[in-house]
Design a protein around this ligand. Structure first.
Ligand SMILES: O=c1ccn([C@@H]2O[C@H](COP(=O)(O)O)[C@@H](O)[C@H]2O)c(=O)[nH]1
Length: 271
């Protein structure tokens, strides 16, 4: 999916919601545990109920690979289930020497047909470029993450007072373009989202951290939206674990709809 197709989905659905699929056997409703593949049944129900409001799904690979070979099979089945007009993100946070990154890219873009994969910038250009070589696929580079530990490295300033995350944004724009490179920017970072937007005016941001991590959707829109929206705002636990009972999928639908209604207003306000 290219940038204008993504923007057109956002306009059609009046939504920039990404539903995060973080299925944990210890958290999914107990009645599903008797099913042949409880994680698949859980994700299927969530996707079916939330697809009207979502423009992206983000399976976090950790929750699947923790289950071994079976988890990878489930991930493949789940990714095939996502409607084709909805953007898919493999949240895998990969990146290694070029030779190895090439195989990570093949895993997510060829063996499975994800539109994008999250990548860590730490190993530099040759670790990121192999992902960028795939046509019509996206790298989503970690820039300013939502967790408290982002302070440890990302906010450290160089001698000129420039924080590391800003160097990541500037340097990486030499590797990819707004057509194949997005950035992870945490919803918990408040006004700093505006600083990121100044450095990367045309790139899409994947913004995790609303809901369970306490980030504010209205602040994200205020500081981060551009003329093509430029935002995919993720909520995982706030949607998928809103109920742990038999009604979990219907309650997830209500939570997704609530976010979409807020997003509709924000799109009307800022676009
Ligand atoms: O900076 C980051 C990067 C990735 N994540 C991931 O997004 C979801 C957030 O889940 P919630 O339940 O909505 O908090 C999860 O998969 C994280 O691994 C992030 O939170 N922050």
């Amino acid at each position: 999916m290219n940038q204008s197709e993504l923007f057109s989905q956002i306009q059609q659905k009046s939504s920039f919601l990404c539903v995060g699929l973080d299925p944990d056997l210890e958290k999914i409703p107990r009645h599903l545990l008797s099913e042949k593949d409880p994680i698949f049944s859980f994700c299927k129900a969530i996707i079916e109920e939330t697809a009207d409001f979502a423009v992206a799904y983000k399976p976090n690979i950790a929750f699947f690979e923790a289950l071994g070979a079976k988890g990878w099979e489930t991930l493949a089945k789940v990714s095939e289930l996502i409607p084709k007009d909805i953007f898919t993100i493999a949240d895998a946070k990969r990146g290694d020497i070029g030779n190895t990154s090439k195989l990570y890219a093949k895993a997510f873009f060829e063996s499975m047909d994800f539109d994008s994969v999250t990548v860590a910038p730490y190993m530099g250009k040759d670790s990121v470029s192999p992902f960028l070589e795939f046509e019509n696929k996206w790298v989503i580079l970690l820039a300013l993450t939502s967790n408290p530990g982002s302070m440890d490295f990302q906010l450290i300033e160089d001698k000129a007072g420039k924080p590391l995350y800003q160097s990541v944004l500037e340097k990486s724009q030499e590797w990819g373009s707004p057509q194949n490179l997005m950035y992870v920017v945490g919803a918990t970072r408040g006004e700093l989202i505006g600083e990121v937007r100044k450095i990367a005016p045309d790139h899409f941001f994947l913004v995790p951290g609303v809901g369970a991590q306490g980030g504010s959707l209205s602040e994200v829109a205020k500081f981060g939206m551009n003329s093509s929206c430029g935002l995919l705002v993720n909520s995982s636990r706030g949607i998928i674990y809103a109920s742990s009972e038999r009604d979990f999928a219907q309650v997830a639908r209500k939570e997704a709809e609530k976010l979409q209604l807020e997003m509709r207003e924000l799109l009307e306000k800022y676009l």
